[in-house]
Design a binder for this molecule. Structure first.
Ligand code: ADP
Ligand code: MG
Ligand code: ZN
Length: 639
């Protein structure tokens, strides 16, 4: 069995980071020395300041002699040439004498009688007393300061040089296994069950490699975490390190090429070397797409440094044995642009996809981020989770945070449900633009536009029910209509696409029918609707062109723009015709609803102009008044 190398790791890591076991910085000798000298200098300086400002009065020798003659001196202390005398009234005086003659002879020379002198106590102090040293020190202090300053400056320059020389060194941040402050475990990651299970295997291998190797099992070298931004890839990678209790070398893809092109490759080399020295360990390359882009995609010279970096990663990953207890993890939200060589067996062959959280997971994530926040009794995270389909973990994190900020701004001690509900819209659409004042004409157009969306959605069987309509500007939107999906199926049906397109056109149609003109307002709606129609035709085979995939993933579509399309011009025309047909059909369906239910449209728009935003309940009351039965959510139908 291999001996436990934990102590070796500790020593290694300590020497890398200059930290002791508890993570505290060890001061180097030179730093220590510098501090001590500085403190001493300040002490001595202030001491000599006090000395010079004390009551000692400098007088001529003759005056001292006359003072002695008049019996007004109690005692005299001699230190070298300095003579300090205390008067009977307690005051100190000082003077200087010639070094060749003693004080008694000097005073006698001034005519002081021997009998008077014998009444004064005279003592000889030593030259090496504090007094003497302070004098020397304070004289040299300015020089000392200059020297120190110079030394310090030179040291700084040397440091900068050192940095320039060590460019190649890996910039990895290291999380040390004993570091409890930064420790994240699987408990801090909600949901992502499959991902955690897969990663648990890795954790077990790092903890007990022998078990796997004895049975001849191959342990993966590379694990690639894939998923949309904010789904918790970085978080999960750190949790693996926390669970496994091994050193974790963390580096972001863009850091390989920071400042100087061409250092990436040597950084990779250093990183792997360091990790191998500390095995078992984990290397984590975040945002690997920054270096791992398919080589075919980099045109011209600009990708050269990156290419070398990528090659070096490939070389290093081939260069260590699975028995070395080193695992390379990487994360990306663009797996489609990664170089296929990275994904080959023996490299990042273990791939884990992180999906956006479903309703249950969202509730769990909310609960995690609700820890440490005082929640009012009415807070119901389940409802928040229901209302946030499509939110990522990071979105939910900022939702909880925004909620708390709202409560704090209103000077409340607890965060209420209402705060979180408002935070949903803020995270989804950006902050309210209160300063954005609509003219009454604009307000009217916006109200009819949003009412158009809401009405069409309510009348089409496969569109999602509306849960809020508002004409308060937020982020880029002038107004908004929020839908709540029936259920979170990942499969979209053709009918649902068609209804969604019609709903997107609802605002456009309403503007046209009511005002006879169209504003720039619906431009985003049109983009969304057209993109949906195009996908139906080219990706999902949901058109009369039949089952054909005409659009490929990003990488191929990029290549296609270089090498041409994979369908003929004639067929391209058919695609465009088909898209147009879908759009026209949806437009006339929306138009029929707007024309048939014009009264309902007007009453929704008028209510919107009055109250500015309508929650689901009030909106559905309006529908009922106008003879439209509101849709029920699935579970409500079951009840
Ligand atoms: P990614 O690297 O995938 O872009 P991060 O790991 O940086 O996302 O996640 C951002 C933040 O979102 C995390 O710091 C965490 O607060 C929160 N978060 C994301 N997913 C989860 C989750 N499953 N459980 C708890 N928090 C999460
Ligand atoms: Mg990340
Ligand atoms: Zn719109």
């Amino acid at each position: 069995m291999k001996k436990n190398p934990l102590n070796k790791i500790r020593a290694n890591i300590r020497s890398i980071k200059g930290k002791d076991e508890k993570g505290k910085k060890i001061f180097s000798f030179s730093q220590n020395f510098f501090t001590v000298v500085l403190v001493l200098a300040v002490l001595v300086w202030s001491y000599s300041l006090i000395q010079s400002t004390s009551t000692t009065k400098e007088i001529p020798l003759s005056e001292l002699a006359s003072l002695v003659s008049t019996n007004s001196i109690k005692n005299i202390v001699v230190k070298g040439d300095d003579v300090i005398a205390e008067k009977t009234d307690g005051q100190q005086v000082s003077t200087k004498k010639e070094s060749s003659t003693g004080i008694l002879d000097t005073l006698k020379d001034y005519g002081v009688s021997t009998t008077t002198l014998s009444k004064v106590s005279v003592s000889i102090g030593t030259d090496t007393g504090v007094y003497y040293w302070t004098r020397i020190f304070s004289a040299f202090l300015p020089i000392l300061f200059v020297v120190l300053m110079l030394w310090w400056l030179v040291r700084g320059i040397k440091g900068a040089n050192m940095q320039a020389l060590s460019f190649g060194q890996s910039r990895a941040k290291i999380i040390y296994p004993g570091d409890t402050k930064e420790k994240i475990t699987f408990k801090d990651v909600a949901g992502a069950k499959e991902a955690k299970e897969e990663l648990l295997e890795i954790v077990e291998f790092l903890r007990n490699p022998k078990k796997f190797l004895d049975i001849g099992a191959q342990i993966p070298k590379g694990v690639l975490l894939m998923g949309a931004p904010g789904t918790g890839k970085t978080l999960l990678a750190r949790a693996v390190a926390g669970e496994a209790g091994v050193p974790f070398f963390h580096l972001s893809g863009s850091e390989f090429e920071e400042m100087f092109v061409g250092v990436g490759a040597s950084r990779v080399r250093d990183l792997f070397e360091m990790a191998k020295k500390n095995a078992p360990s984990i290397i984590f390359i975040d945002e690997i797409d920054a270096v791992g882009r398919a080589r075919a995609l980099s045109i011209g010279g600009q990708g050269e440094g990156r290419e070398q970096t990528l090659n070096q990663i490939l070389v290093e990953m081939d260069g260590f044995e699975p028995t070395q207890n080193l695992i390379v993890m990487a994360a990306t939200n663009r797996p489609d642009v990664l170089d296929p060589a990275l994904l080959r067996p023996g490299r990042f062959d273990r791939r884990i996809t992180l999906d956006l959280p479903d309703r249950g997971d969202r509730e769990a994530i909310l609960a995690i981020h609700g820890r440490g926040k005082p929640l009012a009794e009415d807070v119901n995270l389940k409802i928040i989770a229901e209302r946030t389909p499509g939110f990522s973990g990071a979105d939910l994190y900022s939702l909880m945070n925004e909620g708390a900020i709202l409560a704090a701004r209103e000077e409340r001690k607890m965060v209420a449900q209402y705060d979180f509900i408002r935070a949903i819209e803020k995270v989804m659409l950006g902050p309210e633009r209160k300063s954005h004042l609509l003219s009454s004409e604009e307000k009217k157009i916006t109200a009819y536009h949003e009412a158009g969306h809401a009405l069409v959605a309510s009348c089409l069987p496969d569109a999602d029910p509306v849960h809020k309509v508002s004409i308060i500007a937020r982020g880029h939107a002038g107004g908004y209509t929020l839908k709540l999906p029936f259920d979170e199926t990942r499969l979209m049906s053709r009918q649902r696409f068609l209804d969604d397109i019609a709903m997107s056109l609802g605002g456009y149609v309403a503007e046209k029918e009511i005002f006879g003109d169209i504003t720039t307002g619906p431009s985003n709606d049109l983009q969304v609707a057209t993109a949906m129609a195009r996908n139906m035709v080219t990706k999902y085979g949901m058109s009369t062109l039949g089952p054909m995939a005409l659009e490929h993933d990003e990488r191929n579509s990029y290549l296609r723009s270089m090498y041409g399309k994979d369908y003929s011009e004639a067929f391209g025309e058919k695609i465009d015709d088909e898209i147009k047909r879908i759009m026209d059909d949806s437009w006339s369906r929306a138009r029929k609803i707007i024309i048939d239910k014009r009264d309902a449209l007007t009453s929704i728009a008028e209510e919107l102009m009055r109250v500015e935003s309508l929650e689901r309940e009030d909106f559905e009351k309006l529908l009922l008044v106008n003879g439209i039965t509101p849709k029920k959510k699935k579970e409500e139908i079951i009840l």
